[in-house]
Design a protein around this ligand. Structure first.
Ligand code: TA6
Length: 309
């Protein structure tokens, strides 16, 4: 039984408290989301919007001004405090995938974050900041003190997500961090990822073979799971299915991952519909191969902007 189900009144009090503290009329509202999990709903004056769950600081929706959903969210997603949400932008930290002893993709996406600020900027951009820090649970997994901040900036045609890692402990640490972004597409077979030509990538499905990307457009006809270290800072997801292109521009997030589970892996994922691989592609940005090292007191920052072109 989930806490919110046990104490619904306490939960609603929390929502009311968060709205009193961070709500901004016609811009930021805190509401009850799926599974009773609290979420922040950001609405731009143009009509664009996004939703951010405090669970995992997880962006689950980004809609354009006419209400078209631009991110993929699985109909089978879990909405539980001990599970990651499937879709949107899972925050990966301090480990990517199974590249170490921690749970897959680390613990940030299954942690409860706190809202630290909200704002309606002079240029109309709507902003919220969320933060998590070490806890008894994280220290048991990863013996470092840190703060991890996520900044969300919603504009008419763009969504910027910034991340900041600060070493608040006494020992240096290195880490991986990524925005594991799921784009919604009409048809994966009519979708291309553009901008990686010439980059050497690691094909995790071919025993991590390192291959020079010769394709001007990456298209999909099978499971794809490729890591592009030090990739260009400007990419595009081009969808012929609905004539939409999303530009991706990144700063200090050198590495890119392109992933589609295709048929067999989709069938092995309990929180993902067997047919849903047709309607998504992950293009992820972060520091995966190039792990920053932070001395006590040092911080790392990186950001990615998604723009409707
Ligand atoms: O980003 C690609 C990847 O590492 C894939 O190997 C696949 O495991 C995907 O992440 C999803 O991982 P998850 O733990 O969210 O099921």
């Amino acid at each position: 039984m989930r806490l919110f189900t046990l104490f619904p009144q306490r939960f609603h009090t929390m929502i009311d408290t968060l709205n009193n503290q961070f709500g901004i009329p016609n811009a930021v509202t805190i509401a009850e989301g799926n599974g009773g999990l609290p979420k922040a709903v950001l609405t731009h004056s143009s009509g664009s919007s996004c939703e951010v769950y405090l669970h995992g600081a997880h962006i689950t929706s980004w809609k354009n001004a006419t209400g078209d959903e631009l991110f993929f969210l699985s109909r089978e997603s879990w909405w539980q405090s001990d599970k990651p949400i499937r879709g949107g932008i899972p925050v990966v930290f301090p480990q990517f995938g199974g590249r170490g002893p921690l749970p897959q993709h680390g613990f940030a996406r299954t942690s409860e974050w706190e809202l630290v600020c909200s704002g309606l900027l002079d240029n109309g951009i709507v902003n919220i900041d969320l933060q998590m820090r070490e806890s008894a649970e994280t220290l048991a997994l990863w013996p470092h003190r840190f703060t991890l901040g996520l900044r969300v900036l919603l504009d008419e045609n763009a969504l910027t997500v910034g991340a900041r890692v600060t070493n608040t402990g006494e020992q240096p640490f290195d880490f991986m961090m990524a925005l594991h972004t799921y784009f919604r597409v009409a048809d994966i077979t009519k979708t291309a990822v553009v901008g990686l030509q010439g980059t050497t990538y690691v094909d995790t499905l071919q025993e991590n073979a390192r291959i020079v990307e010769s394709r001007p457009e990456i298209r999909f006809a099978a499971e794809t799971d490729s890591v592009y270290p030090n990739a260009p800072d400007s990419l595009r997801v081009a969808e012929e299915g609905n004539g939409r292109t999303i530009g991706i521009s990144k700063t200090d997030m050198p590495d890119v991952v392109v992933w589609n589970p295709w048929i067999a892996k989709s069938q092995r994922m309990p929180d993902f519909g067997d047919d849903e691989y047709v309607h998504m592609v992950c293009v992820e940005t972060g520091v995966i191969e190039t792990k920053p090292v932070l001395l006590p007191g040092e911080k790392w920052e990186g950001e990615t902007t998604f723009r409707i072109e």
